[in-house]
Design a protein around this ligand. Structure first.
Ligand code: PLP
Length: 458
């Protein structure tokens, strides 16, 4: 036997050429999706019906009149009503390389030729190994993170992170987390999340201790955060397992903070053997480096880091000390073969000019933020304030930042062809999870649509 059949499939010229032809054909068809387009008469009614039916099936209408047709090109996506939207939310941050990227598609097709669709933790295939290897390789470059455990989503990666920290620091029970944090939708992660709207009617477990986040208007916000942590530790010494934090608040309003804000907090946690857990579910691959802890120069502090979204699947990364005892974390699914394969491909693509201070991600950030700021100074005076964020995570406050006016702006923006989503509470902000492959001319189109929509008023 010269080689395993599995390897022959991977290396087969015939298979490779078929994948190339297949992806080439689909890319050719997608290439006709040129730019923003209104719903088309021929599809309007059937599209609307499909959207309504979906809402009825799940007992709650879709947020937007959105049902993808399965076609797209870069930042553009075709919908069942015949419209084409400029997608700057990307499934709340999944599609880092936009829609129908030929390289991502080819990797996913290759993954789907595996003998199984969903891989398990008991019987993994090579995609599982390659995905874990890639994560450990990029994570260990600027931190002591050494292991990766794949999970089905960000919430599950976070659940595992908390378990690791609790086991290592047993019997410590509490977790510290920022005010306005978001950590996911399980019972415990809803508790870590600081948003009452996401836990209506749920009992409280009183296991989360709050720390105020950075406030750029308050020169004392760093001191206040450190004082809060010290107070919690004084009250619960030995009973705090982890400080779980987003390096930039995501759902909480796209608030970024400088390195100097984090350093004293993390130093103190380290001195008290509290696990430093970075929740990078939203920031991973977006801030100009693979990890926001790299962008912020915090790698030395990190004990545990969680990711998901752009990775196409969740994962918990941890150091030697936090490697759990057998039995603590497992689960049937590890991930779908196409997701694991496409995830690795996207991470490889990122190293081709997207990262670093001069990389494409920072260029996109600057062009977008400069554009919003210019609007706020000229045509849209005072109604496009506080533009900011990190890398491909950008937000600004439209109009007065009140929920009703921001939602009205976002709905009009959607009707005008650009998809964005709110975040934060007071003010509510319009946020954009921009795909890394966006071209300058498409950023300019987005800015024009934003401007036109702001000028329509609330
Ligand atoms: C910071 C953060 N943590 C956790 C989650 C939960 O991830 P998932 O929705 O994949 O469960 C999210 C999702 O938005 C997030 O932004």
């Amino acid at each position: 036997m010269s080689s395993l059949v599995g390897h022959q499939i991977q290396q087969s010229d015939k298979v490779n050429s078929l994948i190339k032809d297949l992806v080439g054909e689909v890319t050719k068809l997608n290439s006709s999706l040129e730019g923003i387009r209104a719903p088309q008469d021929a599809f309007k009614d059937s599209g609307k019906q499909k959207i309504e039916q979906t809402g009825l099936l799940r007992g709650r209408p879709l947020h937007y009149q959105y049902m993808g047709s399965g076609a797209g090109r870069g930042p553009y996506v075709e919908l069942e009503d015949g419209s084409i939207k400029l997608d700057l939310i990307n499934g709340i941050g999944i599609h880092l390389m936009g829609h129908a990227n030929p390289r991502v598609m080819a990797a996913a097709v290759r993954g789907s030729l595996s003998d199984i669709i969903n891989q398990g933790n008991l019987q993994p295939n090579n995609e599982y190994r390659l995905f874990s290897e890639k994560l450990v390789q990029i994570a260990s470059k600027n931190s002591r993170l050494k292991y990766a455990w794949i999970a089905t989503c960000g919430t599950m990666a976070n659940e595992n992170a908390l378990k690791l920290s609790r086991q290592k620091n047993s019997p410590a029970r509490f977790v510290m987390s920022f005010k306005d944090a978001f950590a996911g939708r399980s019972t415990m992660m809803a508790e870590v999340t600081d948003n009452t709207a996401y836990k209506q009617g749920l009992p409280e477990y009183h296991e989360v201790l709050r720390v105020p986040f950075y406030d750029k208007r308050d020169p004392k916000s760093g001191e206040k955060a450190l004082a809060a942590i010290k107070e919690h530790v004084a009250k619960h010494e030995g009973n705090i397992s982890a400080f779980g934090f987003e390096p930039m608040l995501g759902e909480g309003g796209y608030q970024a903070a400088p390195r100097e804000f984090f350093v004293p907090l993390l130093d103190f946690c380290k001195s008290k053997n509290i696990a430093v857990w970075a929740d990078e579910v939203q920031t991973f691959t977006r801030t100009g480096e693979y990890f926001a802890f790299e962008t912020l120069g915090l790698g030395q502090y990190i004990d545990i880091c969680t990711i998901a979204k752009t990775a196409q699947i969740g994962a918990t990364l941890y150091t030697e000390e936090y490697n759990p005892k057998p039995g603590l974390i497992a689960g049937t699914f590890s991930g779908a073969s196409p997701c694991l394969a496409a995830g690795v491909e996207m991470l490889n693509m990122l190293s081709e000019g997207f990262l670093g201070p001069q990389g494409r991600i920072q260029q996109i950030h600057k062009r977008f933020i400069d554009g919003i700021n210019k609007m706020n100074d000229t045509t849209c005076k005072g109604i496009a304030t506080d533009a900011g964020g990190m890398g491909l995570m950008v937000a600004f406050t439209p109009h007065d930042g009140k929920k009703e006016s921001v939602n009205s702006f976002l709905n009009k923006l959607y009707a005008n062809g650009v998809i964005a989503f709110p975040c934060g509470k007071d003010p509510v902000r319009a946020r954009f999870l921009i795909p890394a492959i966006i071209q300058d001319q498409d950023i300019d189109i987005a800015l024009n649509v934003i401007e036109k929509t702001l000028l329509e008023g609330v």
